[in-house]
Design a protein around this ligand. Sequence first.
Ligand code: SAH
Ligand code: F3S
Length: 441
Amino acid sequence: MAAVKARKKIHIETWGCQMNVADSERILQLMTDYTRAQSEHDAQLIVLNTCHIREKAKHKVISRLGRLRKLKRVRRDLKIAVVGCVAQAEGKRLQREVPDIDYVLGPAQIEQLPQLVKEQQQGTALGFATKKIATDTEAGPTLTGQFEISRFINIMQGCNNYCTFCVVPFTRGPERSQPRERILAQAQQLVHSGVREITLLGQNVNSYGQDLYPKGNPFVDLLRDVCAIDGLQRLRYTTSNPHDFTPALSALFAQQPKLGRYVHLPVQSGSDRVLQLMKRKVNVARILAIAAALRAHAADFAISTDVIVGFPGETDEDFEQTLALLAELRCSFVFSFKYSPRNNTPARRFRAQIPEAVKKQRLARLQQLQHNITTALNLAEIGQQRQVLVHYRSRKAGHIYYGRTVHFRPVRLVSEHDIVGQMHAVQITDANATALCGKLL
Ligand code: SAH
Ligand code: F3S
């Protein structure tokens, strides 16, 4: 019998946004000589896919690298790659400070990883590829997803908005969209292979296509075309900046049931003064008008959001206005963060930086308010009938399944049969702060 050559193993750790999740899946697709390791201990290649959005995210990576260095001392064959936004922003410094790193690649260079690994094996290259932010779109959209039936398609990279707190335009570069035909072909192929839910990804997803198709509303056209794919049950997208949220985009929810009744719309603050300092290019009235338009179509339309507390210059009064906005919006979920100064960004140099203790206090107050809102909204679901798309089956208890309602609320279900990928009418029987329980009808 011919000996089967053992394949090398790769272990990937992913921090940060869904774009990074998408990039990690892409790396797995690219590294055809490797299979997935059980853990870092049986891997020959460890990839840290990093996030630079807040200081804390960066520190986590650095401390993780510290532990991996020790592993490398006893495992001579082990290679370490740092990819993603920390690599882009601090690649050179990192490689100087942690010489055990073998490869450093920014988000736009991940396509080069197989080549770098090959060249280093031949002893010709030091794996370093963060110098420029690539502007090509040759790689094609990335396909990924946590569950077989629900996948992400990365439809654009970068952002042109330069909000004063945000490092993304520096780490991910300017907006570059994938051509519409390529995205459609990928979406069709996914649905053909059994995928039922697609999420279109971009840092600023609703400005999709401004670079390629400056006339008309390319994002709306794309959504319409993807919705038309037979067999697709749900289409989502993230993250949508309110600035680029057009009336045509809100109107589309009424025309395309596959879009569901949910959107993620980061507001960041409820104070016009702070929004202006952040250069968000929208005011509270505009945010409320978008919410009103969505809820005119469906009164129960669910909105989730992101909020930053303790932006430089944020007064108690500004913060109260943020709480007031959240009380009015009644979001299904809020991702809330303490402001974290980032390199290159203007807000880092603003005077009136807010003391850490004040940020902490504000964050706790905001989270308490939001906890009460999320819980109340979940409890109000008890007794309702909802269409649930079933995403996966519990690994621990085989008869337990998890899905999402049309408002994107997580639901736990019990079934004797395999229901993954199916859309089911469900009676909501119970709820808590994080999820709903339901009974198949
Ligand atoms: N394009 C999106 C934001 C993507 S970044 C938008 O238009 O809002 C994801 C989230 O991280 C942001 O919404 C913001 O709430 C948070 N964030 C970004 N930079 C931050 C910083 N310097 N400090 C704290 N939170 C930050
Ligand atoms: Fe960042 Fe603002 Fe773009 S938050 S990703 S610069 S829209």
